[in-house]
Design a protein around this ligand. Sequence first.
Ligand SMILES: *Cc1c(COP(=O)(O)O)cnc(C)c1O
Length: 486
Amino acid sequence: MNQAPDRAARADMSLDPDDWTALRSQGHRMLDDMLDYLEHLRERPVWQPIPQSVRDHFSEPLPLEPEALPAIHRQFMEEILPYSVGNAHPGFMGWVHGGGTAVGMLAEMLAAGLNANLGGRDQIPIAVERQVVRWMGDLFGFPEEASGLFVTGTSMANFIALLVARTAALGAASRQNGVAASDLRLTAYASCGAHGCIAQAMDLAGLGSGALRRIPVNARFEMDLQRLQESILSDREAGFTPFFVVGTAGTVDVGALDDFRGLAALCRRERLWFHVDGAFGALAKLSPELAPRLEGMESADSIAFDFHKWGQVPYDAGFILVRDDAQHRQAFESPAAYLRRESRGAAGGSPWPCDYGPDLSRGFRALKAWFTLKAFGADRLGQVIAHTCALARYLESRIQQCPELELLAPVALNIVCFRYRAARPDEANARIVVALHESGIAVPSTTRLGDALAIRVAIVNHRTEHADIDRLLDAVLSFGSREVAP
Ligand SMILES: *Cc1c(COP(=O)(O)O)cnc(C)c1O
């Protein structure tokens, strides 16, 4: 029988606390602080300038000696928490950032405590991830055997989709022989409004970002399918092998949705891989009001999206869904003696998540998504998504009523691009946005549409309300009037 070594005899290398009671109350204080933070977010500035003295504390040498936990916690509260970018705050409307939830935070704490490694092996945490994969497969009308994986974000998810399509196009042997050994010159297609990570994925996949054709968009910023067809044709004539088409559900600039039915038909006809970058827009599928706009997406070969944007799950929680499990696995599966599978015991449960992507060790991202979907229900999340679109339409209508302001793109979903009318509009609007940030009132971002710098408001956070839109707009008008003051 094993004898528990007594404390004195034990080589005391464990990192567990000597005093669990003290740690427990310290942990409760930390939890309370974060719940207080979330409860009283509105009383804080969205973002605030970071004092040099605070920055200086983050260039200290590697600590060799221990520091007491309460002191580290205090530093977190005083020097880290107040100086994050502010995306949990209802006034945050920049880029495409999700707000997270208290439920997601608690799930993340449980996941961290369990410290599960979801690379593989026979464990229920993987069943939780597979459950979410099946939920998403059902949501998007994929077959039951569709495969999927949590990853960092949509940048990685798009990259994985591209690698799966590349291996499908070049054959499994290309994984050993390399892309350069192939005679095929693969080309891919996405609209001018596609996210920059698509071109980067082409680069990382060894195909070259130059082999991504950027297809022009129509007045609603949707890919022009006629121009896509022409581009594919002329590439074929020039000896290229078109293989991959990316439709975007919610372009990052203006939130446009490509014509998925048209894309699906074209890809079927041309025998091309049809991928959807639905980083934020794909989850519009949760809203009965918005779902019809995604029609055709169910025909995609793969869909990439983020739970950490419109899904309100804390960072990071990207996701890739692939229609054909075998094709997905073919791109990543590799034999390794130390990853031998068994039919029984902890090494069972094959195939493993590591057979579907480049990560071997993987955290339990699935838990916070599973908790979020269960705790709120898919309908409620869909309502939150529809509400952010309603807020965008409200902002649009207020802009149209203000002679000082000019709308710069149609509002398709939750993104509104506009500017303050001024003699030198780009400079004036860039300054207005900086002033907004530094005021702590709201954090929109900017983008360039044609030759105009736009104030870009992306409403993603479930906490954002009409009053937040009003505060943003009043501040734009007030900072803008300073710009045009004589
Ligand atoms: C945010 C976004 C991405 C990148 O997703 P990450 O999760 O930041 O990696 C890709 N495409 C679109 C359309 C996006 O909005």
